[in-house]
Design a protein around this ligand. Structure first.
Ligand SMILES: C[S@@+](CC[C@H](N)C(=O)[O-])C[C@H]1O[C@@H](n2cnc3c(N)ncnc32)[C@H](O)[C@@H]1O
Length: 173
């Protein structure tokens, strides 16, 4: 699902990050890129995914096989000690977050406007000044477009930057 240019961007952007949160890990591609990227900085990735059948994308069914594949990928790439997995929705996970400032927030979970909006607004509130929030599939899912366009504006404390294919991103002022 991630294009090569998007993968390269994720890996590069994770460099130097110490606190990274991923919403929507699926089978681990972006999770491993983020974990590898932040390795030299001693960073860690909190990887959130309930691994239940998704309602956001009728083309895919997200299930237990995805989680097994994710865990195998984390192991194979030697990043187990950098990944903290939370098997739950981003809504459930937020009550577990202790308020630590986030360097990089990667949003690729439920693509409906309500849930993408929740991730942008509620999880985005933890991104530190100068930190980055990015969302995948802009231009592919109307819900992602609507939530991003509504919530990620200078008036709301975000500085949007030129997208990388379907990745939209912004820095926290
Ligand atoms: C498009 S896939 C993620 C792909 C992954 N980021 C990658 O690039 O390899 C979307 C994932 O979001 C998960 N998901 C769906 N709703 C979610 C929610 N409310 N919170 C967290 N993850 C969710 C699904 O289970 C699925 O695995």
């Amino acid at each position: 699902m991630l294009a090569v240019r998007e993968s390269a961007w994720l890996y590069r952007t994770a460099r130097g990050g110490r606190e990274i949160v991923e919403i929507g890990s699926y089978r681990g591609k972006s999770c491993v890129l983020l974990a590898k990227g932040c390795q030299s900085a001693g960073g860690r990735v909190t990887a959130i995914d309930p691994h239940i059948v998704g309602r956001d994308n009728p083309r895919f069914e997200f299930d237990g096989e995805d989680r097994r594949t994710l865990l195998a990928a984390i192991e194979r790439h030697g990043v187990k000690d950098r990944v903290n997995e939370l098997v739950m929705t981003s809504r459930d996970a937020i009550s577990r977050w202790d308020g630590r400032p986030i360097d990089l927030l990667w949003i690729d979970g439920d693509h409906s406007e309500a849930e993408a909006g929740f991730d942008i607004e509620r999880w985005g509130a933890f991104v530190r000044p100068g930190g980055i929030m990015a969302a995948h599939d802009y231009g592919r899912f109307p819900g992602v477009n609507a939530a991003w366009d509504r919530l990620v504006t200078p008036a709301r404390g975000w500085e949007p930057v030129a997208p990388v294919r379907t990745i939209v991103w912004a820095t926290r002022r």
